[in-house]
Design a protein around this ligand. Structure first.
Ligand SMILES: C=CC1=C(C)c2cc3[nH]c(cc4nc(cc5[nH]c(cc1n2)c(C)c5CCC(=O)O)C(CCC(=O)O)=C4C)c(C)c3C=C
Ligand SMILES: [Fe+2]
Ligand SMILES: [Fe+2]
Length: 341
C-alpha cells in the first residue's frame, strides 16, 4: 500500500517556507496496529526483503506465507499489544519514539526539514522521498537509525534510495558506531540510569543478532558492535571484567552470532551476578526487541535464576528522544551538510 504523494497534515506539514535540504531519519518499521493482520502485513514486507532473508524465493516465499506468518502473527501481535504506547500520540514504540526523536532533531536543525521514515511499513521511505520532492526539497541526507552497519539493514535502506531517490541529491550516513557524540550520549544514558536506580554489579551490552553466515561473508556488523561496546565501556571507565557483549533476537534455524543474550544472562547469574544492568545501544529507540524481549521476558528469566528472589535485571532505556541524542544525530547530519557547501 502506498501513501499519496503529498500528505501534509499535522506534524508532517512543512514550514511556511520549506528549506531546500532535508534530513530523513530512517528506522526499520513496525506494524500500524497491534493486530495479527497488521503484524502479518509488516512481517511479510520485512521478511520478503532479500537483504534480510537470502534463501531462494521459490523456497522461502511459500514457507513464509504458509508456515511462518500464520504461526507468528497472533503471538507477535499479543507482544506488541503488551508494549503499545497509549494516547493520541501513541502507537508502536518504535514508531512513536522515532517520530518524537525526529521532532527534537528538527529543533536542533531549524534550517533543515527533518522527518522520519520507515524501511518497511509506514511512513515508507519511498513515500517520504516523493513528499519531499513535491515540497521543493532538492537535497536529502538519509540517516538510517542503525549505529552499526549491516547489509541486512543499512544496505537495504540504500536499495530504496537508489530506486526512489531520482531527482534528489542524496547522501547517506553508513554508520555512526564510533561517532564521539553518540558514544558520549550512550555513556551518559548509562551513567544517568545508574545514578537514579543504583549501579548493577555488571553491565551487559545486548545487540540485535545476525546470522553468522553473513558475518563470515564480510558483514562488518559484529566488529562494529564490539567497537561500540568497547568505546562506551572506555568512556565509562569500566574495567574489562565489568561488562560483556551479547546478541539477542534470534530468528530461524541458522547459526546466529554468539554469545546469545539469554545464555549470557544465565552464565552471569551462575557466576553470582545478582544485579545486572542491560543496555541495548544498537537500538536508537525502544521497540519490541528491547521492551518486550529484554525488559520483560529476559528480565523474568534472569530473576528466575535466583530462587530467593534476590536477582534483578535493570533495563536501561534506549536514547529515544533525549536531547543529547538529538544533538549527536544533528551533529552527524551537519557534518554531511558541510561537505555539500
Ligand atoms: C532473518 C531475520 C532477521 C534479520 C537478519 C534481522 C536483522 C536486524 N534487525 C534489526 C533491528 C530490528 N529488528 C526488529 C524486529 C525483528 N527482526 C526480525 C528478524 C531479523 N532481523 C523479526 C522477525 C522481527 C519482528 C519481531 C518478531 O517477529 O519477533 C526490530 C523491532 C521492530 C519493532 O516493531 O519494534 C528492530 C529495531 C537489526 C539492527 C538487524 C541487523 C543488524
Ligand atoms: Fe531484526
Ligand atoms: Fe525478538
Amino acid at each position: 500500500m502506498q501513501a499519496p504523494a503529498s500528505i501534509a497534515v499535522g506534524d508532517d506539514a512543512p514550514p511556511a517556507s520549506t528549506p531546500d535540504t532535508a534530513l530523513v531519519l530512517v528506522n526499520l518499521g513496525t506494524p500500524d496496529t497491534a493486530t495479527p493482520a497488521a503484524v502479518r502485513r509488516y512481517l511479510a514486507e520485512f521478511l520478503s526483503d532479500r537483504r534480510v532473508v537470502a534463501l531462494p524465493r521459490a523456497l522461502w516465499l511459500p514457507l513464509l506465507h504458509l508456515v511462518i506468518l500464520p504461526l507468528r502473527c497472533k503471538p507477535v501481535a499479543r507482544k506488541y499489544a503488551s508494549i503499545w504506547v497509549p494516547g493520541d500520540d501513541g502507537g508502536s514504540p518504535l514508531a512513536v519514539y522515532t517520530r518524537r526523536l525526529a521532532r527534537v532533531v528538527q529543533e536542533e536543525l531549524p534550517r533543515l526539514r527533518v522527518i522520519d521514515a520507515m524501511r518497511y511499513g509506514t511512513p515508507s521511505l519511498a513515500a517520504r522521498l516523493r513528499q519531499l520532492r513535491s515540497e521543493g526539497v532538492r537535497r536529502v541526507i538519509v540517516l538510517p537509525l542503525y549505529p552499526q552497519y549491516s547489509t541486512t539493514t543499512t544496505a537495504s535502506v540504500a536499495d530504496v534510495l537508489a530506486a526512489a531517490g531520482e531527482g534528489l541529491q542524496t547522501q547517506m550516513v553508513d554508520d555512526y558506531h564510533l561517532d564521539p557524540g553518540w558514544v558520549d550520549t550512550v555513556a551518559a544514558s548509562i551513567r544517568d540510569h545508574r545514578a537514579a536506580h543504583g549501579s548493577g554489579a555488571h553491565l551487559l551490552f545486548s545487540f540485535h543478532g545476525l546470522p553468522q553466515r553473513l558475518v563470515d561473508a564480510g558483514d562488518p556488523y559484529a566488529s562494529q558492535c564490539q567497537a561500540s561496546a568497547r568505546a562506551v565501556a572506555q568512556r565509562l571507565g569500566l574495567a574489562d571484567d565489568a561488562w560483556t557483549l551479547s546478541y539477542q533476537s534470534r530468528f530461524g534455524r541458522d547459526r546466529w552470532l554468539e554469545p546469545s543474550t539469554q545464555g549470557t544472562l544465565r552464565a552471569l547469574a551462575a557466576r553470582g551476578v545478582r544485579n545486572l544492568d542491560v543496555v541495548a545501544p544498537g537500538f536508537p529507540v525502544d521497540c519490541i526487541e528491547t521492551l518486550e524481549e529484554v525488559a520483560m521476558m529476559l528480565a523474568e528469566d534472569f530473576a528466575a535464576q535466583f530462587a530467593d528472589g534476590s536477582g534483578a535485571l535493570r533495563y536501561i532505556p534506549c536514547l529515544n528522544d533525549r536531547r543529547d541524542h538529538a544533538r549527536a544525530l544533528a551533529a552527524i547530519a551537519s557534518k554531511r551538510l558541510e561537505a555539500w557547501h
